[in-house]
Design a protein around this ligand. Structure first.
Ligand SMILES: CC(C)(COP(=O)(O)OP(=O)(O)OC[C@H]1O[C@@H](n2cnc3c(N)ncnc32)[C@H](O)[C@@H]1OP(=O)(O)O)[C@@H](O)C(=O)NCCC(=O)NCCS
Length: 243
């Protein structure tokens, strides 16, 4: 199980923005789909994507209800300024920025490792040279960073993971920018979960935000924060900015 409340609190604190989180462990009930969702589902039945799509809708529906929106997910188009989704194994994790957003991304990878040779497909030479151990867990963490950063970029169409540059690949919380557009700054924070990482990223505009304070302990556990508020069954957990 993923600790939804802890993830919401930790991401909100580390990214300095209130982030709601909903985790689904199974597919959405087909009978609960809206008409538009049902038509999309009909197109996917029998394809390998069908199960993950349904899990994703389960997480998104819980998220939308949790932030006070209607549960129909069919209006969500990705990349989205306030909402993002990732699936991994039986999990689907949906996140939302409460209030206005300018780009949000999330990525989850658990119980897997990446071969060192994979690094060149998503890390620049400069980023690879800074990696302390090319075969260590930092590689998987950076994969989730690049995927979350890509998803947080509202203009990611036609772009790839190598288009984004992480300022310091050794830190668990930091910043990335789009090589061609230094005005776009994307902050990220990675949480160690179940032998892997969950990373969320928030797009900001350079010059309008204070730089994120890097967290040096590259792959260490972030400090546990208390849970504010009671769990409401069927609702997403809502993060709060820590004072
Ligand atoms: C689209 C992509 C981000 C999906 O990531 P993934 O790790 O395969 O899958 P995840 O489960 O984490 O995320 C899937 C969800 O991302 C969202 N998504 C899809 N395309 C997206 C985009 N362009 N921007 C933001 N979010 C997107 C969707 O919600 C999707 O779930 P859904 O289909 O159920 O709605 C990924 O395949 C991709 O294109 N990466 C960047 C391209 C690249 O450089 N690839 C080269 C790697 S070597």
């Amino acid at each position: 199980m993923l600790d939804e409340a802890w993830i919401a609190e930790a991401l909100s604190e580390e990214l300095g923005a209130p982030i709601a989180v909903a985790v689904a462990y199974g597919p959405a009930d087909v009978d609960a789909l809206s008409g538009t969702e049902r038509r999309r589902y009909a197109d996917l039945v029998g394809t390998p994507r069908c199960d993950s799509w349904l899990r994703g809708r389960a997480a998104l529906k819980r998220l939308l209800v949790g932030i006070g929106d209607p549960p129909d997910t069919s209006a969500l188009v990705f990349p989205h300024l306030r909402v993002s989704l990732t699936h991994c194994g039986r999990y689907a994790v949906a996140v939302a920025l409460e209030g206005r957003g300018s780009g949000l991304g999330v990525d989850l990878e658990i119980r897997r490792s990446l071969p060192a040779e994979a690094a060149r497909f998503f890390l620049s030479r400069g980023e690879r040279e800074l990696l302390p151990d090319p075969e260590g867990p930092a590689l998987l963490r950076l994969w989730t960073v690049k995927e979350a950063v890509f998803k947080a970029d509202p203009g990611n169409s036609g772009r790839g993971l190598l288009d984004y540059q992480v300022a310091d690949p050794t830190v668990r919380r930091g910043e990335a920018c789009l090589g061609r557009d230094p005005a776009m700054l994307i902050r990220y924070a990675s949480l160690p979960v179940q032998g892997g990482f969950l990373t969320a990223a928030v797009a900001t505009s350079a010059g309008t935000q204070k730089p994120a304070r890097p967290v040096r302990s590259a792959d260490s556990e972030p400090r546990r924060v208390g849970v504010l508020g009671e769990r409401v069954e069927g609702q997403a957990h809502r993060g709060r900015v820590w004072p």
